[in-house]
Structure formats: C-alpha cells, structure tokens
Design a binder for this molecule. Structure first.
Ligand code: ADP
Ligand code: ZN
Length: 208
C-alpha cells in the first residue's frame, strides 16, 4: 500500500508514520528528515535548502522533487511507502502523480491527520526531536526513548518560525486536502486524541 500523509506541522503525521513502519514495514519517506540530513551533512542541496527551512518557508520545488524522485527509485519502496511532508503544494502533487505513473505505481490513499490550530501551536512549541533517529516527543526528557540519542528543539520549532510555518501550511499545503478528495483518495482522521487511539482509528480507516 502506498500512502501520502497530510496534515499541519505537529499534527502527528510523523508519529503515525513511525507506528505504521513498526507494525507493517512501510518505507517512510520524510522530506523534512531527508532535508535535515542534507543540511547536517553540509551537502550542496543542504546548503541551498537551509535558509528556507529556517524561515519556515518551502524549499524550492526543484530541490525537493529531485530528492523524492531519487528516493522513489530505490527497490525497497516495493514494500509500500509513506510519503511524509511531500507533496506540500499542488505542483508537487501533480509531479508525484506523473512520476508514479511513470514508475507503474499508484497511490492508495492520502491520510489526513486533522488537528485544530490551537493544539498545533501548543504541540510544536514543546516538541523535541531526536538528533539520531528523528523520533519526536514533548519536552521533558533529554534522552530519546527509541534509541537513546540526544533530544533537541528544532530551529524551526521556535515560536517565531512556528507562526510562519503555519501560514505556509494554510496557503500552500491545505489545498491538497481538496486535491485528494477530488480523486476520492482522502482518508481523514481526527488527530487530537492520544497517539495510540489515533493509530487504532488509522488502522480501521485503512483496513489494516
Ligand atoms: P513539519 O514539522 O513542518 O511538517 P518537516 O519536517 O516536514 O516539518 O519539514 C521541515 C521543513 O523542510 C519545512 O518547513 C520546509 O522548509 C522543508 N520541506 C520539507 N518538505 C518539503 C517539501 N515537500 N517542499 C518544500 N519544502 C519542504
Ligand atoms: Zn532516537
């Protein structure tokens, strides 16, 4: 099964992705994680992407699209993939449809994790991320529960940038909900409950 994950930053897409990977072996393709790795590895792509990310803006399509096409060409995506953070605007969604057609693959659904704006701001300001494995958890512990790595606050989880990222989401990414609705692929879940409860609903929704 091949899925796209939709939802505002902090909606819990990454958490649900981690659970789907652990239980069903999906390949998780997070453009945010791929870009952050490129930034810490000081690659050419990373240095081009960094300033956009720090400002809470989208990285230009030509940079991100190349990254995703490359990742989708690996054999492991046969197991089924979860695209997390991509597409993030209508152009990217169209490119994805075209690329999947070229690869002879189809998208089985777009899982939309819906959370109110108030809750999003609360969650993002207290979010900590593992430097080693990208696991996320609320502030409070310094050690990653998944791998023992160091938890830190992402630059773009600071209050100034959160506001900008939410605006970017509203104007550019939220319209994709209608894009996938029109294709009859939208599967919506309420993301306000605790992660295990949300996961139970996700499995039902996807008949997993
Ligand atoms: P979020 O928690 O906002 O969902 P991500 O980890 O998915 O954050 O992405 C972090 C940043 O990386 C974004 O704010 C953006 O600058 C950049 N980014 C990630 N995916 C894309 C994409 N598909 N297109 C453009 N920029 C992207
Ligand atoms: Zn970790």
């Amino acid at each position: 099964m091949n899925l796209v994950l939709l939802g505002a930053p902090g909606a819990g897409k990454g958490t649900q992705a981690q659970k789907l990977v652990a239980e069903f072996g999906f390949v998780h393709i997070s453009t945010g994680d791929l870009l952050r790795s490129a930034v810490s590895a000081h690659t050419e792509l990373g240095s081009q992407a960094e300033s956009y990310m720090k400002a809470g803006k989208l990285v230009p399509d030509e940079l991100v699209i190349g990254l995703v096409k490359e990742r989708l060409s690996h054999d492991d995506v046969e197991k089924g993939f979860l695209l997390d953070g991509f597409p993030r605007n209508c152009e990217q969604a169209q490119v994805l449809d075209a690329e999947l057609a070229t690869l002879g693959k189809t998208l089985d659904g777009a899982l939309y994790v819906n959370v109110s704006k108030d809750l999003i701001v609360k969650r993002l300001s207290s979010r900590r991320t593992c430097r080693a494995c990208a696991y996320t958890a609320p502030a409070g512990c310094d050690v990653c529960p998944a791998c023992g790595g160091q938890m830190y606050q992402r630059d773009d989880d600071k209050p100034e940038t959160i506001q900008k990222r939410l605006e970017t989401y509203e104007t550019q990414t939220a319209p994709l909900v209608d894009y996938y609705k029109a294709q009859s692929k939208l599967k919506e879940v309420d993301g306000a409950a605790d992660p295990n409860e949300v996961f139970a609903r996700v499995k039902k929704l996807l008949s997993l």
